[in-house]
Design a protein. Structure first.
Length: 363
């Protein structure tokens, strides 16, 4: 049964919308997965059945990102936020460089500072987190252990449109809100991590893509669940993993392959963002984009109306019209439309029609 009648347009920033075919398949397999008579949540993580699911999730990510053989894909818990601590606990020796283009990068710095010196080599705070450093503008510090950055700042709506080029300095990237949304040059990264609940699956599982060279830098004597090398050696099963989350990631990867993969979805994403930004830019100043045009995110489109009261009215009227999750983050206000991979292009058209109607009534 394909039942759309109860579904709304979900612009939530995270947990975000999942592809409907994935939800339907999970529903169909809920009581008995692969004829086992059990749900995926009820089978042993050591069973052959689950090992198959785990390896499908892993190969899904590997294939979609075209990962070189010398990278591991790990499934962890604790969210992307836990990586803010786990990264410096393992890799910060002396000092590390952090590129701060938004709220999440700022949080990552706070955790890293507990482990050593942090050089904030770019700070977008002065621009209200509306900017991204120009390609080639960054100066990396001598002796830094790594450089950390956030490829898409979910709250502020700014996104890098290039991969950092650092020479030999390892790049560690929080890609929680744009992973698998466009092709990236994975070979430039030593580690990429992402909480699943934006573009990959449900909350509660975090993927870590890490190259073998960085893995070798994990200090001896590390606590076992903080030890990427130990987790890799145990195939993400150093303890019970989030079996449900990994299963859903495997289904999302299947779905994305069916859409033509990362390259194809990137084209769709670009088009969705273009339509929405055009609605902002062509509103005679009624809607104002929050980010510099050159830094605009294709995943989280942030904008404001002429008054905070109108932001609120806009979001609540949108809700009455079946569009949910448009309120900006509680710390920044405004409006934010998150249009992840699974968000349908028609939904963006519905929003832009509503925007022009709302502007006409409130100018
Ligand atoms: C959502 C988000 C986080 C936090 O993720 P949790 O899984 O809640 O810890 C961190 N970084 C970015 C870029 C995010 O979008």
């Amino acid at each position: 049964m394909q039942d759309n009648s109860s579904r709304i347009l979900n612009f939530s920033s995270g947990p975000g919308v999942l592809p409907q075919p994935v939800l339907l398949r999970a529903r169909d397999e809920m009581l008995s997965i692969e004829g086992s008579g059990m749900s995926v949540m009820e089978i042993s993580h050591r069973s052959e059945l689950f090992e198959g699911i785990l390896s499908k999730a892993e190969s899904g990510i590997r294939d979609l990102l075209d990962l070189p053989y010398n990278y591991k894909v790990l499934f962890l818990q604790g969210g992307a936020t836990f990586q803010f601590s786990m990264v410096p606990l393992n890799f910060l020796r002396g000092s590390a460089d952090y590129v701060v283009t938004g709220t999440w990068g700022e949080k990552a710095v706070k955790e890293a500072q507990r482990c050593g010196d942090v050089n904030v080599i770019y700070d977008g705070k002065a621009s209200g987190y509306g900017s991204i450093p120009h390609k080639g503008d960054m100066r990396y510090s001598d002796g830094a252990s790594y450089v950390h950055y956030t490829s898409n700042e979910t709250i502020d709506g700014v996104e890098f449109d290039y991969d950092l080029n650092t020479g030999s300095l390892p790049v560690i990237c929080d890609a929680s809100s744009n992973i698998l949304s466009k092709p990236i040059d994975t070979g430039r990264y030593s580690m990429i991590y992402a909480g699943a609940q934006k573009n990959l699956g449900p909350s509660g599982v975090t993927i870590v893509i890490i190259n073998d060279e960085l893995l070798e830098r994990v200090p001896d004597g590390q606590h076992s669940l903080l030890d990427y090398r130990n987790i890799a050696a145990n195939n993400s099963m150093a303890n019970t993993p989030n079996t449900w989350g990994i299963y859903l990631i495997s289904l999302v990867c299947d779905w994305l392959k069916g859409q033509g993969g990362v390259e194809a979805i990137a084209g769709v994403n670009e088009q969705k963002a273009k339509v929405l930004y055009a609605a902002i830019d062509n509103s005679d100043g009624f809607y104002r984009g929050k980010a510099d045009p050159s830094a605009r995110s294709r995943m989280n489109v942030t904008f404001r109306l002429p008054a905070a009261m109108l932001d609120e009215k806009f979001c609540s009227e949108a809700e009455q019209n079946g569009m949910n999750g448009l309120r900006g983050h509680r710390t920044v206000g405004g409006v934010r439309a998150s249009i992840y991979n699974a968000f349908p292009a028609e939904g963006v058209n519905t929003l832009t029609e509503f925007m022009s109607d709302f502007a006409a009534r409130h100018r």
